[in-house]
Design a protein around this ligand. Structure first.
Ligand SMILES: O=C(O)CCC(=O)C(=O)O
Ligand SMILES: [Fe+2]
Length: 270
């Protein structure tokens, strides 16, 4: 029998199935306001612990044989153009090492798949982001994926290439693995390279905030304008996060190069 998605999340605390419920309206308004002001909005305890445990078990099982990326890349997630000077942030290189479990590896009953494919969640996220109609990614690998970070894995400082990221914290590492960010460091028309360089050099520690990612938290993050990273994971407990892909346009798919880097393959096995 197909799992009822409504049993996987705390609908008493977050009645997302009813957008007209005054609590849901207030929640959406609060998300939009904090997102605008700070670049991050979090809903702690959104996903039930039992659901989290099932998703983590599946991710750890699949992750044992999945592709592990370990590479140097720029904060702008692109190959730097030749005209940038050698010491420019556009040319900076940081290490990103993690294992990503793609959408098409998740089983048909995977609670994460069930949640991602649930229209109630899609509609609530669209309303909470205030982004108009939202579409799931049309990406057999990246639409929803799980990042497993083991001892010594890390994610370098970067800006995302999408306006927002929706994630679910699944498991924290014992030490390290902190999600650090400099909220709204750049804007659409001001790159603020001096501040980017200062953050990369560790020269502006006061501007860096650590976002609490307690397992079960649903998080909205304005990653295009907020410089962010995940510090190196230490110890035997993996850091596990689910990333849910949405766009204001239909048909979005991550690039072939990103799929190759992240999953070790560009095409679906199905
Ligand atoms: O793992 C995380 O918490 C953030 C991941 C991230 O920043 C990304 O995938 O772009
Ligand atoms: Fe990111």
């Amino acid at each position: 029998m197909q799992t009822d998605p409504g049993t996987l999340v705390d609908l008493d605390r977050y009645p997302i199935q009813d957008l007209d419920d005054p609590r849901t309206r207030a929640l959406g308004a609060e998300c939009r306001a904090t997102l605008k002001a700070t670049g991050v909005a979090i809903l702690p305890g959104f996903v039930f612990p039992t659901t989290i445990a099932t998703i983590v078990a599946e991710a750890e099982h699949l992750g044992a044989d999945s592709h592990h990326q370990d590479l140097l890349g720029s904060p702008y997630l692109e190959i730097p153009a030749d005209h940038w000077p050698a010491d420019h942030p556009r040319r900076a290189q940081g290490r990103s090492a993690l294992t990503a479990i793609p959408y098409d590896d998740l089983g048909p009953d995977s609670p994460l798949r069930v949640l991602y494919e649930w229209d109630v969640l899609l509609t609530f996220i669209a309303s909470a982001l205030g982004a108009g109609e939202l579409f799931r990614y049309d990406d057999p690998l990246g639409a929803v994926n799980v990042a497993v970070m083991r001892d010594d894995d890390e994610l370098a400082w970067h800006f995302d290439q999408t306006d927002f990221v929706v994630s679910i914290a699944l498991q924290s590492s014992r030490r390290g693995g902190d999600f650090e960010c400099v909220p709204m460091l750049r804007t659409a028309d001001d790159e603020r390279y001096t501040d980017v360089a200062a953050t990369l050099d560790g020269a502006q520690p006061d501007r860096v905030t650590t976002v609490p990612m307690t397992p079960g938290t649903l998080m909205f993050f304005a990653g295009r304008y907020s410089l962010h990273r995940v510090t190196p994971v230490e110890g035997a407990t993996d850091r596990v996060v689910a990333l849910l892909g949405y766009d204001t346009q239909s048909g979005t798919c991550s690039s072939e190069i990103l799929r190759l880097v992240r999953y070790g393959r560009a095409e679906t096995r199905r």
